[in-house]
Design a protein around this ligand. Structure first.
Ligand SMILES: NC(=O)c1ccc[n+]([C@@H]2O[C@H](COP(=O)([O-])OP(=O)(O)OC[C@H]3O[C@@H](n4cnc5c(N)ncnc54)[C@H](OP(=O)(O)O)[C@@H]3O)[C@@H](O)[C@H]2O)c1
Length: 329
């Protein structure tokens, strides 16, 4: 198997001074792959040189990924301190006392004694069963309530105090929500995971992160071509089919996905592309170590933003909400 020297992979520095790789492997299989296959991809990706793994309790595969991480460490392929492992507390574990229970389960499943970064997956306690259809709704769903979010955040801060997690962060936020958290946090978010690809560049939220030394982690960096049916609408566009991206890819003789990855890292976010196929996940890693895009290519891609959010989160809507856009106010 081809291997990329992890020392060649660019690093980002968190506000604590800790480093994280500028690209990681996603582990949400969009309900298309069994957990065993995803865990095998994590094992292969670590062997190939990946050092950042983006996990979440709700992906239902941490108990399968953990043994692969443990094996890689035991076999001397990687040291724990060289890995940067992310996980996320799911929406049904925001209540008082629940976050500690959630992180304990994740640590046990991942066979780790600390996480490098722990995120609040969504800023709502609204939940849905895995694999839910797009029209399923949580009858107890509520809008964003800042006071409640901060109660969950206080629990996250305690995990840092306890040494169970090195950093804490947010996910699926908006400018106004993140500003409120920045105002009220004792330990501020070190990273914000958000949808980011050439057709959804979120310039204001991205800038807020950069200005506050929060690392933007970009999910769906390729435009999530295999996302679940519930996350598809007729208006969605695809960055890997954009003529600007396709033209640059053809000129360079690579897949358009590679151009999306290069753009992401050069722009300053940390993409976490998903694939279980070694050819794809290795080429994604390699992409950030060679042949950078030119300033002209970067400018051309910067100009194709279509404000096209793919992961709309409509399953988290509360009664009385009008559309998925209410989640993003
Ligand atoms: N925080 C959140 O709420 C949140 C939400 C969504 C996602 N995420 C995270 O972000 C990760 C990535 O998101 P995503 O999986 O939705 O979207 P994505 O990474 O944009 O797209 C993944 C798809 O792209 C294809 N692909 C990957 N590399 C490729 C390459 N080099 N050439 C051609 N095709 C390639 C893969 O197809 P093949 O399978 O054919 O390789 C895969 O199905 C998730 O796994 C998860 O960890 C987080």
């Amino acid at each position: 198997m081809e291997r990329v020297n992890p020392e060649l992979v660019p690093q980002k520095t968190l506000y604590t001074g800790a480093k994280m790789p500028a690209i990681g492997l996603g582990t949400f299989g969009s309900d298309n792959y069994p957990g065993e296959v995803i865990a095998e991809a994590v094992a292969g990706a670590i062997r190939a040189g990946y050092r950042l793994i983006d996990c979440a309790a709700v992906y239902g595969n941490e108990h399968l990924i953990g043994p692969k991480i443990e094996e890689a460490i035991k076999e001397g392929i990687v040291k724990r301190e060289e890995l940067f492992v992310i996980s996320k507390v799911w929406n049904d574990m925001h209540g008082d006392g629940d976050v500690l229970i959630a992180v304990a389960k994740t640590l046990k499943d991942l066979r780790l004694d600390y996480l490098d970064l722990y995120l609040i997956h969504w800023p709502f306690p609204n939940s849905h069963p895995p694999g839910a259809s797009g029209d399923s709704r949580d009858p107890n769903a509520v809008p964003y309530i800042h006071e409640n979010y901060m109660r969950t955040w206080r629990q996250m801060e305690r995990l840092v105090d306890m040494g169970l997690v090195r950093h804490i962060g947010t996910s699926n936020m908006t400018v106004s929500k993140l500003e409120q958290v920045l105002r009220d946090a004792r330990i501020k978010p070190a990273a914000n995971e958000m949808e980011l690809h050439p057709h959804f560049q979120q310039p204001e939220l991205f800038k807020l992160c950069i200005d506050n030394d929060i690392v933007p982690i970009g999910f769906c960096p390729i435009g999530s071509p295999n996302r679940p049916e519930r996350d598809r609408t007729p208006e969605d566009t695809s960055p890997i089919e954009d003529p600007v991206i396709v033209e640059i890819a053809e000129r360079r003789g690579v897949h358009p996905a590679i151009i999306c990855i290069k753009w992401a890292v050069q722009r300053g976010q940390v993409p976490i592309p998903f694939s279980v196929k070694p050819k794809n996940y290795i080429s994604n890693l390699k992409a950030v170590t060679e042949d950078p895009l030119t300033d002209e290519e970067m400018a051309a891609i910067n100009s194709i933003d279509r404000n096209c959010r793919l992961i709309k989160g409509q399953v988290f809507l509360w009664e009385g909400a009008e559309s998925w856009e209410d989640l993003w106010k």
